[in-house]
Design a protein around this ligand. Structure first.
Ligand code: HEC
Length: 118
């Protein structure tokens, strides 16, 4: 199940709506209730799917895959090709400041049992 759509704060300066999908299911559950000490297991795969807010056309998919020695980053562009220009160090640097395990998690208003939504 993808998350409810939200405006991405982290990628492309607010130009994208985003939805997140996580595999396997056990990792998805952990991701949904991310707290400071959350760590996803090796093999966990996270995709953040983007849509351009202005045109509603599909944008890139940003990927993170958990390996033994940390996260791998990738982008599938809207045209279906892998992004050969990707600079994983850029992804990594910003994500290193994230809440837990280089993960930001969903906005509070999108969490299943949150009463912070509207
Ligand atoms: C300037 C900071 C920044 C950079 C650079 C960045 N991200 Fe993110 N990323 C975020 C933030 C903040 C979120 C939380 C959701 C949102 O606002 O988009 C996020 C969410 C994600 C998620 C969902 C998992 C999570 O952390 O909750 C994935 C997957 C992801 N980013 C992949 C990437 C990839 C791949 C790159 C490099 C191409 C990248 N990110 C570069 C800030 C960044």
């Amino acid at each position: 199940m993808p998350s409810a759509p939200f405006v991405s704060q982290g990628h492309a300066a607010g130009r994208y709506t985003a939805q997140v999908r996580v595999l396997p299911a056990a990792s998805a559950t952990k991701y949904q209730s991310l707290v400071f000490s959350t760590k996803l297991p090796i093999g966990a795969l996270i995709g953040q799917f983007h849509t351009l807010r202005a045109s509603e056309s599909p944008g890139p998919v940003y990927l993170m895959k958990r390996q033994e020695d940390g996260w791998r980053f990738g982008i599938v562009r809207a045209d279906g090709n892998l992004d050969a220009e990707l600079e994983p160090a850029l992804c990594q640097r910003c994500h290193a400041d994230a809440r837990s395990d280089s993960l930001f998690g969903l906005p509070l208003s999108e969490l299943p049992d949150s009463d912070a939504g509207n």
